[in-house]
Ligand binder design. Structure first.
Ligand code: ASP
Length: 659
């Protein structure tokens, strides 16, 4: 050791802080985060430079007797810290007592790590030699280890969320979430939007879910409703002349938590006055570009393709089509006109149709075909037929009826024009090998069933790559993954039906919130009471879809009070009910309401897509379980008996109170 190093070492006082100690915090201050010390020039905090102080958690400890190695972790990184009694006996003796998740402060210097020890090591080219160590807080052994391959159940992870949040993937999720929201805010702020908060304690804002309600202590027997969205308030802001509004808003919906729903989700809520559809689409597309740049460093091509609802259903059997691959649904009825199969002709005579999807490269055994037939039935089809092309002979359940496969070959070619066609068409001509999966039945049923089947087949046959960017290898000897033009396929789906038919009751019900405007050309149809006519009315609305997931929905709003009354009456509300629930809102429309339109855009889903995770709870700091509970705080919880009285409420059954 060089003499000046010895001198520097003497500067470190021998004292240590073995327990939680306010003095330690008073005397020490963090000079660097771990990421900063890794990025600093190696000499800057070296022994002959200024010492550095790091603070964080004991991630991992290895005691080799003479030397102790501690991996220190903070939010940004981990770094190996070395305790050598020859350099600092005091620090070494503190290290002997350190355990996992102790909170510590280490003062020392960096030194180069041997090159052969750098593989898989996060600390760059260096490690940290500790001259002085302080315990800022001790920790009990954690219920699970802070590691990426977390072995704890989700329930445990949520109960001990503060431990779980220390994991790198959680930090990453929250960081990306912050970056995305910041990019959105920056983009909109730069375009004269105002971010305005709207109340949480409000009246019902119906979005089709149950309200969460909050009893009023001051006015017994009355309740606030937590907003299902800021819908009515943002519209009032437009009447108030605000013109361009947005908010990163919490939306609270008491609904069954199927799949990836949460009782409270976050959306970018946005509204614009005097804006055309193109204006609004441009703003959202700009937001997405800003997010992709900020979070992934990627440039998204805009404008996004647009499909109307009817076309999306016809081509993809879905109102949220996945456009990362082609394999569109094709109507094959005309091709069967001369196919000698009685059951097909009987079906056609009864008004049924034949639809199919062609999957390139798919060649299936009898057993697999049976499995897919079962799947098709699960999706609502009455059965599934197949026709395998490209081999020396035609195979599949329909093969025996087909004398000339050529029309099916040609149909396969055109069906496989990539969806990307709407996007500039990057697809190459497909090989002829592959299988038609065909259903016979009523058109809508066929489309819905094939829409689902198309997704599952694409997954099985690797027709799209994962969102992580790797395209699946081509399937089959001479096929190519046609239609994969980008890993991010956005699309606007526009002009949905204003009403839908309840399958169980047959009743005609609104398909969206009641403030959605019909397309101008369809407004006269509202005068009809005929369900057939009502079901043909289209809304002036739009969803933004990414890779088959609905990210956002929005619309032009009704801004004519008479039309709004008409639509509310159509959903079965009496004039008295309309007045009681929405009188305050309609009143505003009498004082000069501008034309306005907007969207709600799901932030949770956006982050899930960016991170390619499938569980919404991975992108929310404090989510609820699938049974709407919070294992961390124990919510929902009983309340004190005194609170019942204060609120003027009585429990329906005997409650013992909380605590
Ligand atoms: N309020 C709608 C929703 O939350 C979105 C919109 O129409 O702006 O789904």
């Amino acid at each position: 050791m060089r003499p000046q190093h010895v001198a520097v070492l003497r500067c470190f006082r021998a004292i240590t802080y073995p327990r939680y100690n306010a003095r330690a915090m008073a005397e020490l201050s963090r000079t660097h985060t771990i990421a900063e010390i890794i990025a600093a020039p190696l000499g800057a905090t070296a022994l002959d430079g200024t010492p550095a102080t790091l603070m964080g958690w004991v991630h991992f400890r290895r005691d080799l007797g003479q030397l102790i190695f501690i991996t220190l972790r903070d939010r940004w990184a981990t770094l190996q810290c070395v305790f050598d009694p020859e350099l600092s006996e005091a620090a070494h003796s503190v290290a002997e007592g350190l355990r996992g998740e102790y909170v510590v402060a280490f003062t020392g210097y960096t030194r180069a790590r041997p090159a052969k020890e750098l593989r898989g090591y996060e600390g760059g080219d260096r490690e940290f030699v500790v001259m002085q160590a302080a315990v800022l807080n001790a920790a009990e052994p954690p219920p699970f280890l802070v590691e990426e391959e977390v072995k704890a159940s989700e329930e445990m992870r949520l109960k001990f969320r503060y431990i779980d949040l220390r994991r790198r993937s959680m930090v990453r999720a929250l960081t990306v979430r912050h970056q995305a929201v910041t990019a959105i805010r920056d983009y909109l702020n730069g375009r004269d939007f105002l971010e305005i908060e709207t109340p949480l304690l409000a009246r019902s804002t119906p979005e089709g879910a149950r309200d969460y309600v909050v009893p009023s202590r001051v006015h017994h027997g009355t309740f606030y409703a937590l907003p299902q969205s800021p819908q009515l308030f943002k519209q009032i802001l437009m009447v108030g002349g605000i013109d361009r509004y947005y908010q990163i808003a919490k939306c609270l919906r008491d609904e069954d938590l199927r799949g990836n729903r949460q009782p409270e989700h976050t959306q970018l809520d946005l509204e614009m006055s005097f804006a055309s559809r193109d204006d609004l689409f441009g703003v959202l597309e700009g937001c997405m570009q800003a997010v992709w740049r900020a979070c992934l460093g990627e440039e998204l091509p805009v404008p996004f393709p647009r499909l109307n609802y009817d076309e999306a259903m016809r081509r993809y059997g879905s109102d949220k089509p996945d456009l990362r691959f082609g394999c569109e649904i094709t109507e094959l009825t005309p091709l069967f006109a001369h196919v000698p199969a009685d059951f097909i002709h009987d079906g056609i005579a009864q008004g049924q149709q034949l639809h199919g999807v062609f999957i390139p490269g798919a060649s299936l055994s009898r057993k697999l075909l049976d499995e897919w037939a079962l799947e098709a039935k699960k999706q609502g089809a009455s059965g599934l037929m197949s026709l395998e092309l490209g081999g020396p002979e035609v195979k599949g359940s329909l093969a025996k009826y087909i004398t000339d496969p050529q029309p099916f070959v040609e149909a396969a070619w055109s069906a496989r024009v990539p969806a990307g066609e709407a996007n500039g068409g990057q697809g190459r001509p497909p090989s002829k090998a592959g299988t038609w999966f065909i259903v016979l039945g009523a058109e809508r049923r066929n489309l819905l069933a094939l829409g689902q089947l198309r997704l599952k087949l694409a997954q099985t046959f690797g027709l799209y790559g994962s969102q992580a960017g790797t395209l699946a290898p081509p399937v089959g000897p001479d096929s190519v993954p046609v239609g994969v033009s980008s890993q991010w396929q956005f699309a606007w789906i526009v002009d949905f039906p204003l009403y839908e038919q309840d399958e169980a009751t047959g009743a005609v019900t609104p398909a969206h919130h009641a403030f959605t405007s019909p397309l101008a050309s369809d407004i006269p149809k509202l005068d009809s009471d005929d369900p057939e006519v009502l079901l043909t009315i289209r809304a002036d609305n739009y969803d933004l879809v990414l890779n088959g997931v609905e990210m956002s929905s929005g619309s032009l709003r009704i801004f004519d009070p008479a039309l709004q009354m008409q639509v509310l009456r159509k959903v079965g509300l009496s004039d008295e009910q309309i007045e009681a629930r929405f009188g305050w809102f309609l009143a505003a429309y009498r004082y000069g309401a501008p034309p306005h339109r907007g969207v709600g855009f799901g932030i949770d889903r956006l982050i899930m897509s960016l991170l390619n995770v499938e569980n919404i709870r991975e992108v929310i700091a404090f989510p609820k379980t699938a049974t709407a509970q919070d294992p961390l705080t124990g919510a929902p919880a009983e309340i004190d008996p005194a609170q019942w009285a204060e609120l003027g409420l009585k429990p329906a059954k005997e409650h013992t109170g909380s605590q």
